[in-house]
Design a protein around this ligand. Structure first.
Ligand code: ATP
Length: 245
């Protein structure tokens, strides 16, 4: 199991942002974490990244408990998120070099060249990240996320700022990384077409709880909806109508 989350909670005062959720990501599986604004997706991801302390529950990455074996667990993880851009005053190459040092990548120079090539960043290698277009920045962030060959990729809306053709290419790359070797991914997106295309399984989060779980291709019909978008809208507007089923 790449990721196992058990009874994970996070409260802010009286507000339960994440309320005893349990789920897993299997090897070579891409799991979509869906839910309306404020459902608790980013809070969940930040706890798995070790940047936010849970109020309760546990997280295991490749069998390593995050609270007890933090360094080993996080060495197997990486992430990309639009709200966490690379430092803008460093060039693409300098950023990859610095993160390569932080992650302790052996043979970093060769790894960086391969990633510049793979994410079509060669011509931006000496350009400061702050002046790149949002799509170019996303590609640089994804290259950074692949530096340590992570087993667990956490992706918070990785294609949000990409044009359709680049988004398709990026999905293909992420799929290739996440569905080979020991890897797996947890993916958040508000693009239901993309989720259906990429994710093997989805979890619908609403008010900090997992309301539904299943195959994005069959789940809508199981709940009498035409497609994932309609199901999403129902989850967002009338979560109780689904809980009663
Ligand atoms: P979005 O799709 O809008 O990014 P999300 O599902 O990622 O939403 P979170 O950012 O995880 O949602 O927020 C979950 C809930 O926790 C929200 O109601 C938010 O207001 C609340 N929350 C998050 N961080 C804090 C904080 N530091 N203090 C108080 N409340 C917080």
């Amino acid at each position: 199991m790449v990721l196992r989350v058990t009874a994970l909670s996070k409260s802010y005062g009286d507000v339960a942002a994440v309320d005893r959720i349990s789920f897993h990501v299997r090897r070579n599986e891409i799991v979509g974490l869906l839910g309306p604004n404020g459902a608790g997706k980013t809070t969940t991801i930040n706890m798995i990244l070790g940047v936010l302390e849970p109020s309760g529950g546990s997280i295991e990455i490749q069998g390593l408990n995050l609270a007890r074996r933090r360094r080993q667990a996080l060495a197997r993880t990486n992430f990309a998120a639009v709200y966490s851009p690379l430092p803008g005053n460093l060039t693409v190459y300098q950023n990859l070099r610095v993160f390569g040092l932080i992650y302790g990548i052996s043979d970093a120079a060769r790894r960086i060249e391969a990633l510049l090539e793979e994410f079509d960043l060669q011509r931006f290698r000496n350009v400061r990240c702050g002046v790149l277009s949002s799509g170019e920045q996303t590609r640089a962030s994804l290259a950074k996320a692949m530096l340590n060959n992570p087993d667990l990729l956490l992706l918070d809306e990785p294609t949000a700022s990409l044009d359709p053709s680049t988004a398709r290419e990026v999905r293909r790359k992420i799929r290739a990384v996440a569905t080979h070797g020991k890897g797996g991914a947890l993916w958040t997106s508000h693009n239901m077409y993309e989720v259906e295309d990429v994710c093997h399984r989805v979890l619908f989060l609403s008010r900090g709880r997992i309301l539904l779980e299943g195959d994005p291709k069959t789940l809508p019909r199981e709940h009498g909806k035409e497609n994932l978008e309609e199901l999403f809208i129902t989850v967002a507007r009338e979560p109780l109508s689904l809980e009663e089923r």
